[in-house]
Design a protein around this ligand. Structure first.
Ligand code: SAM
Length: 285
């Protein structure tokens, strides 16, 4: 097999992940990011930005379900959600499964990601962009949080890694603005990297958040294409209550408002907050 039929992810200096590419679907450098969509035998359609895998049709459900349903079931009364990043539409698809959610604002910096994903990865958004509860804002998520006043029950940061345009979404100022834009028992969640390879992200996030929130924690999910072990998902809230909800409460909420899932269950939700020791030690003052 020739090298041309493989895509090599360039996220790490010393380790690469390769995908066999059966068809190149789209490629453009739009001024903001290098955007690429291609077809693979193992994971279906794949979106890569600036050389880093963002979403694959095959395993996106793990990531999207755990970032959307965990805060929503933990809160128990979510009406409004803001998704920062997430231009592929998978996160808003999962959020909009909750009938109680009345309003979702998607704040994506790069309009072309939305356009391309709607065209070439329609299975990811699966009609979510046509839902009347969804409002799309093309803006930098940090500026959006800093400049506005509307408060949300849940803020989900579905961003790229802390390089390029996504870096600002890992800053202390951004976390402070998110704290101001949450309701009293609101929850902020985000993708916080793969601790085995990006451990510094957890420590930095913990230190930057604890000045703004009463509860700062992490939970984990195993996403096959975010290689290197479990992925860390960040959790922050002005209230200790949502993270402390019992398994019985989560089961009751899930039973009362069930949605189809392939990864999330109330038991997985509760267990996801048990951190392996090598991750736990990264959460440090
Ligand atoms: N699930 C993915 C992952 O963790 O690899 C993230 C997918 S999603 C496509 C990431 C999105 O964040 C991209 O569409 C990118 O354009 C967007 N983004 C990056 N920086 C941003 C910013 N400052 N404000 C809003 N959106 C941003």
């Amino acid at each position: 097999m020739s090298d041309e039929s493989w895509y090599s992810e360039r996220l790490y200096d010393d380790w690469r992940q390769g995908f066999r590419v059966t068809r190149d679907i789209y490629r453009v450098q739009d001024g903001l990011q290098d955007i690429r969509v291609f077809e693979t035998p193992g994971f279906g359609r794949v979106l890569a930005l600036d050389g880093v895998i963002q979403v694959t049709a095959g395993d996106e459900f793990v990531y999207h379900e755990m970032l959307a349903h965990t805060p929503i079931y933990a809160h128990g009364g979510v009406r409004s959600v803001c998704v920062v990043g997430g231009g592929d539409g998978g996160m808003v698809r999962e959020v909009l499964r909750h009938a109680q959610v009345e309003r979702v604002v998607l704040v994506e910096i790069d309009a072309s990601v939305i356009d391309l994903c709607r065209r070439y990865l329609p299975m990811v958004s699966d009609g979510a962009f046509d839902d009347p509860r969804l409002e799309v804002a093309i803006a930098d998520g940090a500026a959006f949080m800093r400049d506005g006043t509307e408060r949300f029950d849940v803020i989900i940061v579905d961003s790229t890694d802390p390089i390029g345009p996504g870096a600002v979404l890992f800053s202390q100022d951004f976390y402070g603005d998110c704290a101001r834009r949450l309701t009293d028992e609101g929850i902020l969640v985000n993708q916080n990297g793969v601790p085995f390879l990006q451990g510094g992200e957890i420590t930095d996030t913990y230190r930057r958040r604890r000045v703004h929130f009463a509860d700062v924690g992490f939970y984990v999910a195993a996403v096959p294409t975010y290689v290197g072990g479990v992925m860390a998902l960040g959790w922050a809230s002005p209230s200790l209550r949502p993270r402390a909800e019992t398994l019985e409460t989560l089961r009751a909420r899930f039973a009362a408002a069930p949605i189809p899932t392939r990864y999330y269950t109330p038991d997985v939700h509760k267990a996801a907050f048990a951190l392996p020791r090598y991750v736990e030690v990264l959460v440090t003052a």
